[in-house]
Ligand binder design. Structure first.
Ligand SMILES: O=C(CO)[C@H](O)[C@H](O)COP(=O)(O)O
Length: 220
């Protein structure tokens, strides 16, 4: 936890007065949200937009001013975690199922800052099952096309039911083991009708902050 915390706190130092801030999702982002709330209590003036209902609820409870997506023109900085990061700072995200909103935030941000502990660094993406958001309609056919890309696709379940995203969709966790060409795979998956978005974030990371167990950080 200390590795995630120091990475989160280092990222929050990049926030200035007047900024529109994108809030990520997951345990590392939660630590960032808690730190942002401390700054807000001490006078930092920002508005924020959240990438999940959970993050929005937490931010509101902690007193961070939240605006809806409809009021967002541009985001100055988004701070978010990741499940895997390769040497080119490409990511697998969506372990928490918030990949679509997270990608919209990242795409619309002047600066996309990724915060991780060093266990998330990998030589090649794919050990972590790739989350893919799909519409529930004709999910069997969409799964068949995902399987044809050499993965084992599993619809995410919770409490014996299909898990539903904040957008009313299903999440499929695709076990690839190794992804040799993340950009090509991203395009192939996105071309399947029924797929809404993938958890592959290619060339989107501006800054990567890596925390370690000694309580120090490295910024790339
Ligand atoms: O993409 C995400 C949620 O959709 C998270 O950022 C990712 O799963 C990392 O989570 P954590 O910080 O808990 O390790």
């Amino acid at each position: 936890m200390i590795a995630k915390r120091v990475a989160a706190e280092k990222a929050v130092e990049l926030i200035d007065n007047g900024m529109v801030v994108g809030l990520g999702s997951g345990s590392t982002s939660t630590l960032a949200i808690r730190k942002i709330a401390e700054y807000v209590k001490n006078g930092l003036q920002i508005t924020a937009v959240a990438s999940s209902k959970n993050s929005e609820k937490l931010a509101k409870e902690l007193g961070i001013p939240i605006i809806p997506f409809s009021e967002v023109k541009e985001i100055d900085i988004t701070i978010d975690g990741a499940d895997e990061v390769d040497h080119d700072m490409n990511l697998i995200k969506g372990g928490g199922g918030a990949l679509l909103r997270e990608k919209i935030l990242a795409f619309n941000s002047k600066k996309f800052v990724v915060i991780i502990d060093e266990s998330k660094l990998v030589n090649k993406l794919g050990q972590f099952p790739l989350p893919v958001e799909i519409v529930p309609f004709a999910s069997e056919l969409t799964l068949k096309h995902l399987e044809a890309l050499n993965c084992k696709p599993l619809i995410r379940r919770h409490n014996d039911k299909e898990w539903i995203s904040d957008n009313g969709n299903l999440i499929v966790d695709c076990i690839f083991n190794v992804i040799n060409d993340p950009s090509d795979l991203n395009q192939k998956i996105r071309s399947i009708p029924g797929v809404v978005e993938t958890g592959l974030f290619i060339g989107m990371t501006h800054t990567l902050i890596i925390g370690n167990m000694e309580g120090t950080t490295r910024t790339l």
